[in-house]
Design a protein around this ligand. Structure first.
Ligand code: CA
Length: 240
């Protein structure tokens, strides 16, 4: 069965779209990739930009641990993690603020016009998140429907952030879809049992996103905006 749209009003059970933030709503990944790879180099660790994209969504210390194991053959201490993460954050914050992803505003407008809730599910822990979202996408998000680093014990690829998103929206997995760009985020969403649309906004191959479990891989947010109604009409059975 497909979702049925009646003058853009959903009569099916789809009730919400859960959005990842970096690389989906904001074009922030090039800055993150630059900041991570340069900060790591200063500490004798090598991280190519593509690896930043592969690890996108992991916590800072989780990412640093992987590199420390590889190059130092041991765990990074808490102090080392802090120093590296601070260096990365400093570099990131010194760069021009990333703008909205092309097409993101249009996607949100279509989601809103379809009568669906917009939920944020991000691993980011910035305190000014809502202000930034409100600045770029006025009237689209509410604090009650946001999951950030402060809300969960386990980050992506653990399903907890997406399960928390469902809980906050008071819906079940088959009443939502996810829009993600990163392999670990896709894994998290699928582990939460949610239909997942990947938008390939970075340098990874489509196959990588499919292998992570994406139900559908689209080339960009603009594409999703331009094909929103087709995409929703053609969703496979997630309503009973
Ligand atoms: Ca992301």
């Amino acid at each position: 069965m497909k979702f049925e749209l009646n003058n853009f009003e959903l009569t099916g059970r789809l009730r919400a779209v859960l959005f990842d933030m970096d690389g989906v709503l904001f074009d922030s990944m090039p800055n993150h990739a630059y900041a991570w790879s340069h900060a790591m180099t200063d500490f004798g660790l090598k991280m190519k930009p593509e690896e930043v994209y592969m690890n996108e969504g992991r916590t800072g210390s989780g990412t640093i641990s992987i590199l420390a194991q590889r190059y130092w053959g041991r765990e990074a201490t808490e102090e080392e993690c802090q120093r590296i993460y601070e260096a990365k954050s400093q570099l990131f914050n010194s760069m021009p603020e990333p703008g909205p992803m092309a097409g993101a505003k249009e996607v949100l407008e279509r989601v809103k016009a379809s009568g669906l809730m917009r939920v944020i599910v991000t691993g980011s822990g910035t305190t000014s998140l809502l202000e930034r979202l409100e600045g770029a996408f006025p009237g689209m998000f509410r604090r009650e429907l946001m999951v950030t680093a402060f809300d969960v014990q386990h980050g992506k690829p653990n399903p907890e952030p997406y399960l928390m998103g469902l809980k906050k929206a008071n819906i079940s997995a088959d009443e939502a879809i996810v829009v993600e760009n990163a392999p670990l985020g896709i894994q998290a969403a699928r582990a939460a049992g949610i239909y997942t649309i990947a938008v390939n906004t970075g340098p990874l191959k489509d196959e990588v996103l499919k292998e992570a479990g994406a139900d559908l891989v689209l080339p960009s947010m603009q594409y999703l905006a331009d094909h929103w109604h087709d995409t929703i009409f053609n969703l496979p059975t997630i309503v009973s």
